[in-house]
Design a protein around this ligand. Structure first.
Ligand code: AMP
Length: 195
């Protein structure tokens, strides 16, 4: 059985366009832990036309946040699955301080607190440029047009940046520069989580 004391339970933070999703997949693979993206889970639900999908579609399309209780329920269920026993990486969650508090409570209950919190740092000008290119590239995401991207950035500064502060107040944040190639950033993230 895996030694749970060496398991990684990681959160990756950073604004839209910071490269969070890309780095999340790579680092979860390298650490051998489950990659959990709430955005991906909800996009899949929308595509499948499930009850959850119908509930969240309007929020995703407009770039607003889905209500906390909906996302917290989703995460509670997801991290209880067997592929998370050796650890997990959360990508896109928590997005509000309320979600962060719920996550702390959830993990404390099972005595498995977070082990690493990575904050990917990218200057705003670079973010806007990356998001613009993503929109042009036809990512297939309904929220990748200019208006919705601007809205997502605003939501990030208003509701999600305080999450970084929540963890900073607890002395848990490793800041990692998100500038450079995907591989360069990956090596920095990897060093920060010791995988
Ligand atoms: P993402 O792929 O992480 O950028 O998420 C895409 C969209 O899904 C967001 O703009 C929100 O509408 C929704 N979403 C994803 N994660 C969360 C979360 N933790 N809390 C609220 N809404 C979320």
């Amino acid at each position: 059985m895996a030694d749970s004391s060496t398991n990684k339970r990681i959160v990756i933070l950073g604004p839209p366009g910071a490269g969070k999703g890309t780095q999340a997949v790579k680092i979860a693979g390298r650490c051998g832990i489950a990659h959990i993206s709430t955005g991906e889970m909800m996009r899949a639900a929308v595509k499948a036309g499930s009850e959850l999908g119908l509930k969240v579609k309007g929020y995703l399309d407009s770039g607003s946040l889905v209500p906390d209780e909906v996302v917290v329920d989703l995460i509670r269920e997801r991290i209880s699955q067997s592929d998370c026993t050796n650890g997990f990486l959360l990508d896109g969650f928590p997005r509000t301080v309320e979600q962060a508090r719920s996550l702390t409570a959830l993990l404390d209950k099972v005595n498995q607190p977070l082990t690493h919190i990575i904050d990917l740092i990218v200057p705003e000008q670079v973010l806007l440029e990356r998001i613009r290119k993503r929109g042009e590239g036809g990512s297939g995401r309904s929220d990748d047009n200019a208006d919705v991207s601007a809205k997502r950035l605003q939501v990030y500064w208003e509701q999600t940046a305080p999450v970084t502060q929540y963890y900073k107040d607890r002395g848990m944040v490793s800041e990692v520069s998100g500038l450079g190639t995907i591989e360069e950033v990956h090596e920095r993230v990897s060093a920060a989580v010791s995988c």
